[in-house]
Write a protein that binds this ligand. Structure first.
Ligand code: ADE
Ligand code: ZN
Ligand code: ZN
Length: 273
């Protein structure tokens, strides 16, 4: 009994990422913004042919790193970077340890692997699946921040309005916000992604498709500090997330998903010319 309980704790105690829907949405927005050359190379990599449509929004691609995480524990640190709440910048030596890696270095390294046509197909395919997932993760503000060593809100228990059980602040941002946006739109994840992609203005496309993984992590950290943690007590599971907090942050989640999709597309377009 004790072991079952410990196993359950282990299973629920770790972070995931945006929930499965979030990663599908990011993959889909990227698909919509790929160049013909990138589409061609992705088709070869995914299907070994040029005939089938590219589907990096498929859950077995976009969420694959979460599926293998427990069998490959060395991959766990690649999903996040714990930048301290009061940090003044992203400090690679401090925040992204060379022997474990973090979401920033993982994106950088898998971009190299994917771009290298000398590398074998299996390794490039894995690199692609890691990239699709990690570019999503780095845009989840709590994957780039921690307050009082709370592992990106994984140790902060709160309540979602109407839910009887306490939930982690982290999980609320991974899952509840995305599901709230989906519910409000009345759409399934892929049509919702199409809607987000269709609303991108040329100005947004130009400003959002910029930056390096280190810049994206720092941008996420700033959002965590100014928006995600704002007004949320560090301890105590009785705190009910206010309706105004939810209203104010739904667009933040939509924008992060959109930026992630656009930036993933740019990265793939540059790696697969
Ligand atoms: N595990 C430890 N820190 C984390 C974070 N910031 N996000 C997700 N999982 C984590
Ligand atoms: Zn993840
Ligand atoms: Zn997460």
């Amino acid at each position: 009994m004790k072991t079952i309980f410990a196993a359950l704790l282990l299973l629920t105690g770790t972070c995931r990422a945006w929930g499965p829907e979030g990663h599908e949405i990011v993959g889909r927005i990227a698909e919509k913004n790929l160049t013909p050359a990138a589409l061609h190379h992705l088709n070869e990599l995914l299907n070994g042919t040029n005939a089938v449509t590219v589907c990096i929004s498929d859950t077995h691609i976009a969420n694959w790193p979460d599926e293998i995480r427990h069998d490959r524990p060395e991959t766990a640190p690649w999903h996040y970077v714990d930048i301290a709440f009061d940090a003044e910048k992203f400090d690679r030596d401090h925040d992204c340890l060379a022997h474990t890696g973090c979401v920033v270095s993982a994106i950088e390294q898998f971009t190299q692997v994917l771009a290298d046509k000398q590398t074998n197909t299996a390794a490039r395919l894995e690199a692609l699946k890691f990239l699709v997932h990690f570019v999503g993760d780095i845009h989840m503000p709590l994957h780039c921040a921690q307050r009082h060593d709370d592992h990106g809100g994984n140790m902060v228990w709160v309540r979602w309005p109407g839910e009887p059980k306490a939930a982690k602040l982290h999980g609320i941002w991974d899952v509840n916000f995305v599901q709230t946006n989906l519910h409000e739109s009345g759409l399934a994840p892929l049509p919702y992604a199409d809607q987000l992609s269709g609303k991108i203005t040329p100005e947004q496309s130009a400003t959002w498709s910029t930056g390096t993984p280190a810049d994206w992590a720092w941008e996420s950290h700033r959002i965590a500090v100014t928006k995600v943690y704002a007004g949320i007590p560090a301890y105590g599971s009785a705190f009910v997330i206010p309706a105004e907090y939810i209203k104010a942050n739904q667009p933040v989640v939509a924008e992060q998903l959109t930026k992630a999709g656009l930036r993933l597309a740019r990265l793939l377009n540059e790696a697969l010319r």
